[in-house]
Design a protein around this ligand. Structure first.
Ligand SMILES: NC(=O)c1ccc[n+]([C@@H]2O[C@H](COP(=O)([O-])OP(=O)(O)OC[C@H]3O[C@@H](n4cnc5c(N)ncnc54)[C@H](O)[C@@H]3O)[C@@H](O)[C@H]2O)c1
Length: 361
């Protein structure tokens, strides 16, 4: 065993917990030592998956506290329902463990800010915290970001982002937390769309003002929105639109476009579809693969080994969460809201469940 090998506890052995386990199993510098899930069937299935793949047998636990005292753990991967993320991450940070937190950071900004402070304190002791947003590691997204940072699109003027997916009623019924305010924290935008929100902010910078309309267009039985549209202004002076839905049968595309005075780009379904730079009308596409969890774990494990900050920080994820919350608050209040007011807590007491209507007829 390499002496730099991270010993990983996976907390939450559902759909995405399995992706984390598989990603870690393929790396020489990390090993899964503990599996945590209150559902015995879920943790046993993942234990079997790992041992069948030739991995050393991890210990299984029904809560994180037991795993932290029972196993050798240096890194905790939090793969539980979204509303549990911040509390579990704080518990791990208090024990000086590195943390990888699935998106979204949490559903609640008060908890997210507390976690931000805990992560900053832990970082001063060399403890790394990162939040999954794997599409920043897609080749196409990285090319767009580099072009923006080098000024190759000129002055940015606008951005359009759309996530047009379909999720069935069976999907929402498949786990009790899905489609609830308390644990999913929102619908099409918070769950499916937060990746795209994060990309939009990475490209365009922080928003200034947001207005929005959220509704349950097709899935009337869930609490949260299945469709939302929003307009944003950004600190750089550009404007943007954001659209996310799980009511687009049979499921359309995810696209982020960035437009400027000397060029622009479109990323569609994680691939670069158009790239114009430096005032040229010629498309300058460069092909490349989506990065996935593999690329983000590579970044995180290298950051831990080198004692550096990871590419995606808790503060990045707070910004994405605050943007999603701002959309819900704007839809609830039926007026534009300032991003900074949401970020700093001036709307913390707004009950956003009132802001998601049914279609008028
Ligand atoms: N990055 C991505 O592309 C991506 C994809 C899917 C899901 N996710 C995120 O991953 C998280 C989990 O989603 P999922 O689809 O895997 O859900 P899931 O319902 O399939 O799995 C969640 C698991 O967590 C367990 N659990 C609940 N509370 C727990 C606790 N306190 N301690 C330990 N285990 C607990 C449940 O029993 C369940 O087995 C969500 O936040 C979701 O947004 C991210």
């Amino acid at each position: 065993m390499a002496d730099t090998q991270q010993q990983v506890a996976i907390v939450g052995c559902g759909i995405i917990g399995r992706t984390h386990a598989k990603t870690i199993a393929e790396r020489p510098d990390a090993i899964v030592t503990a599996l945590v899930d209150g559902d015995a069937a879920a943790r046993e299935a993942l234990r079997a998956q790992l041992t069948e793949a030739g991995q050393p047998e991890p210990k299984v636990y029904d809560d994180l506290t037991a795993a932290l005292s029972g196993s050798d753990v240096t890194l905790v991967a939090i793969c539980t329902p979204s509303g549990t993320h911040a509390a579990l991450a704080e518990e791990a940070l208090n024990e000086k463990k590195h943390v990888v937190i699935e998106k979204p950071l949490d559903v609640d900004l008060v908890r997210a800010r507390r976690l931000g402070a805990a992560a900053a304190r832990a970082a001063s002791h060399g403890v790394v915290s990162s939040v999954i947003s794997q599409h920043r590691f897609d080749h196409g997204s990285a090319v767009v970001k580099q072009a923006i940072d080098a000024g190759r699109f000129g002055q940015l003027t606008s951005s359009v982002a759309t996530v047009a997916w379909w999720r069935s009623d069976e999907y929402y019924a498949s786990a009790g937390w899905r489609g609830t305010w308390a644990q999913d924290g929102g619908g099409a935008l918070m769950n499916q769309g937060v990746h795209t929100v994060d990309l939009m902010l990475w490209f365009m910078g922080r928003p200034v003002s947001i207005q929005a309309q959220a509704l349950r267009a097709a899935h009337h039985a869930i609490e949260v929105e299945d469709t939302v549209v929003a307009t944003l202004t950004f600190e750089n002076g550009a404007v943007g639109t954001l659209h996310a839905t799980t009511a687009a049968f049979p499921g359309g595309r995810t696209r982020v476009s960035v437009h400027g005075t000397e060029g622009g780009a479109e990323v569609e379904d994680d691939r670069l579809r158009r790239l114009n730079v430096d005032g040229s009308k010629d498309d300058a596409p460069t092909d490349g693969e989506p990065g996935g969890h593999e690329a983000q774990y590579d970044d995180i494990l290298k950051a831990i080994a080198a004692g550096n900050a990871p590419a995606i920080t808790v503060q990045d994820a707070i910004d994405a969460l605050a943007t999603v919350r701002a959309v819900y608050i704007a839809s609830t209040l039926q007026r534009p809201v300032k991003f900074v007011d949401v970020l700093e807590g001036r709307y913390d007491d707004v009950d956003v469940s009132r802001g998601v209507g049914l279609p008028p007829n």
